[in-house]
Design a protein around this ligand. Structure first.
Ligand code: PLP
Length: 361
């Protein structure tokens, strides 16, 4: 059997311990004689899985009791509509910071349902930084303030949160959930597509403060209304059962094998440090993000020469460093080093980059 070093931005690498456990339990989950893929979502066995996943997420992320955890489908992209449909119902105004493609898509979708306002953007420099935010420019009576915390394509992250006062802060944390501790109480809503750092594709996790539930607009589809899912324990309809099960295994891995999010953060800082340190000292490769806003999870870099980039990607792939091509909109390279990427994978990548540099400069 061969396993590559997978730097995919998503769907992405999963911990090998999780894949092994899922394989061992594939045909007979805990004596039920069935795979989790096959069982009724209304069964006692599956209820144990979804309850366990929620309890672990609450424990690992330290989620306060006045927040609901929803296990949904439709991807992070469905939340681009669900958020305005649920929240933008008082002043019908919302503030957005445009830090990349995902934030821009969210903003454009929100503009269909409410008065969406752009407070800042980093588009002028290909989203290579997080704009400095001035609370005086925020809409005072906005129903919410929206950010994309970690910008998967461009490799930036907010190290400091905007001070939005009483306006609920909403954050897309698709590509940084579970990578470091987050103070959930600072947010009205946190949400994430699971396929980056949490589970396979198919699950969207929404963590929503209870007082923000129950005010959806009249045109909000039943399936997009947070109340629907909060009232039904995420089982109004069939949930993404298998993905929830894998998320539970990933959370067990973080809790038991890693030792929680503080430890996870240490490991992620170590990995990112190795790669950024190499980039800062290389004569061939360079990072594309301003140092103060660099992501721990997604590291874009270039040689400055398209042909050399293509050659690097080809040779990296031949050496089992796969999915390292940058997003189709920006080119170059991007190493996504999510939780499941071992330190050794980053060390080997850097060694390979050093060899490539020696041969090509
Ligand atoms: C991948 C990604 C999305 C889109 O997720 P889907 O689940 O494919 O809709 C949205 N936001 C961020 C930050 C992402 O990384």
């Amino acid at each position: 059997m061969k396993r590559v070093y997978n730097f995919s931005a998503g769907p992405s690498i999963l911990p090998e311990a999780v894949l092994n456990k899922a394989a061992a339990e594939m045909l007979d989950y805990e004596g039920s004689g069935q795979s989790v893929m096959e069982m009724s979502h209304r069964s006692k066995v599956f209820q144990g899985i979804i309850d366990g996943a929620e309890a672990l997420l609450r424990e690992v992320m330290n989620i306060p009791d006045n927040y609901k955890v929803l296990f949904l489908q439709g991807g992070a992209s469905s939340q681009f509509a669900a958020i305005p449909l649920n929240l933008a119902t008082k002043s019908k105004k919302a503030d957005y910071v445009l830090t990349g493609q995902w934030a821009t898509k969210a903003y454009k979708e929100a503009a269909r349902y409410c008065e969406a306002n752009v407070v800042a953007s980093s588009k002028d420099k290909t989203f290579s930084y997080i704009p400095k935010l001035d609370p005086d420019t925020f809409t005072k009576d906005a129903d919410y303030f929206y950010i994309c915390m970690n910008n998967t394509i461009y490799g930036t992250v907010y190290h400091e949160l905007p001070d939005t006062g009483d306006v609920p802060l909403v954050a897309d944390i698709s590509s940084c959930i579970l990578s470091t501790p987050i103070d959930v109480s600072k947010f009205g809503i946190l949400y994430a597509g699971a396929q980056k750092n949490m589970a396979p594709a198919g699950l969207t996790v929404v963590i929503v403060r209870e007082d923000l539930i129950g005010h959806a607009s009249d045109i909000c589809p039943t399936m997009f209304n947070f109340q629907t899912h909060a009232d039904n324990g995420s089982m109004f309809n069939t949930p993404p059962c298998w993905t929830i099960y894998i998320a539970k295994l990933v959370l067990e891995w973080i809790k038991n094998d890693i030792g929680g999010l503080e430890k996870m953060k240490e490991i992620n800082e170590k990995k990112a440090g190795i790669l950024y340190n190499f980039l800062d000292n290389s004569n061939l490769f360079k990072g594309t993000v301003v140092p103060e806003d660099r992501s721990l999870m997604n590291v874009p870099f270039i040689t400055g020469n398209d042909e050399l980039d293509a050659k690097f990607i080809k040779e990296a792939t031949a050496n089992d460093f796969v999915n390292i091509k940058g997003h189709r909109s920006v080119g170059g390279m991007r190493a996504s080093i999510y939780n499941a990427m071992p330190v050794e994978g980053v060390e080997k990548l850097v060694k390979f980059m050093g060899e490539f540099e020696a041969q090509n400069s």
